[in-house]
Every structure is written in structure tokens, then in C-alpha cells.
Unconditional design. Structure first.
Length: 104
């Protein structure tokens, strides 16, 4: 049992490393604001179209930034959840018939 726990921890660490290499994006105002993040929910870049930045007031810009950031983080959450689900399926598959106990 301890070996299985160690294997699960190792697999989780591998997934975390892989999530660091996956980029996700969030956009607002038709791509005039673009946020890049990792699937581990770390924002790595913010790109704001220069002309848009010059013509937008502070409050609108802040609101659009929040929208784009939240979209990127939502996408990161979806990718992370899918990776974890795949790991869980792999682990349950290794338990023989027990995996069917959970409807999988």
C-alpha cells in the first residue's frame, strides 16, 4: 500500500511539472488584452494592445484585465482537472476490478 501511495505522489509531481509547461490564455475586448498563464495557474505574461491602452480609462482597463485573468485561470483549472482525472483513471485501472466500484 505504501508503494502505491509513493507512486501516486510521484505521478502527482510529474503532472505538476507537466502543467508548468502548458500555456493557457485568457482574452478580453476581442484580444486587445491577452493573459498567458501556466496550467498551474501562474500568470506569465500580460499583453495589452498599445492603442487600446491609450484610449481606455483606468477603471475599464482594470475590469477587462480581471476578466482576461479569470478566463486564463479558468482554462488552467480545466486543464489541471483533466490531467488529474487521467491520473486517477490510470491509478484505478491498476487496481483491477476495484476501479468499477467508482463507476469508471
Amino acid at each position: 500500500m505504501f508503494d502505491k501511495l509513493m507512486a501516486a505522489q510521484q505521478k502527482a509531481d510529474e503532472i505538476k511539472k507537466r502543467l508548468d509547461t502548458i500555456s493557457v490564455y485568457g482574452e478580453a475586448e476581442g484580444g486587445k488584452i491577452r493573459i498567458t498563464a501556466t496550467a498551474n495557474k501562474t500568470v506569465t505574461a500580460i499583453d495589452i494592445e498599445e492603442e487600446f491602452h491609450k484610449t481606455t480609462d483606468k477603471e475599464a482597463l482594470e475590469e477587462l484585465l480581471l476578466t482576461a485573468i479569470n478566463k486564463a485561470l479558468e482554462q488552467a483549472e480545466q486543464v489541471s482537472a483533466a490531467e488529474m482525472q487521467n491520473m486517477t483513471k490510470d491509478m484505478l485501472g491498476g487496481l483491477g476490478g476495484l476501479g468499477n466500484l467508482f463507476g469508471q
